[in-house]
Design a protein around this ligand. Sequence first.
Ligand code: NI
Length: 188
Amino acid sequence: MKLPVYLYGHPVLRAVSTDITPDYPGLKELIADMYAAMYESEGVGLAAPQIGRNDRIVVIDADPVKDSFPECAGRRMTLINPSVEVLDGDRTSMGEGCLSLPGISENVPRVEHIMLKWVDENFEPHEEEIFGFLARIVQHECDHLEGKMFIDHISPIRKQLIKAKLNNILNGKVSVDYPVRFAPKHRK
Ligand code: NI
């Protein structure tokens, strides 16, 4: 099944997601569908709120950016109920985009060294120190589980400068070459 990516303005992207349990119905199929949606839209990560579910599930395949970021080589990860602990608070800024914010890219400050704890699709526990751009991807995706998006980390001035683009997404005036679901129309 092809899952549409929910776009900026949809309330599901602003809700805090909840932990899931091994009896989650259709988990394996859902994860496979999430990978398919991520590959279809050429993203390196996708969080469950982006396909309309407030459940703590993230898929990442960072391998496509390995030429620029060697730490991403071969990194395909399914994160269930992940948690991030900052190990070094120094922040660097780099450009980020998001499948839920088509056409927008902004520099986002993030830490480069985290401890990531998660369970995989078999609910086996893992913990690992993650560095560099992979740590950025993980933070971006885990933010989605808290109802946050990367535009929440940019300055008010930058946010003002992209306001027209954000409004275009809200109003459905954006062309995207992967299946999407726009926010429900606001009633006044
Ligand atoms: Ni995103």
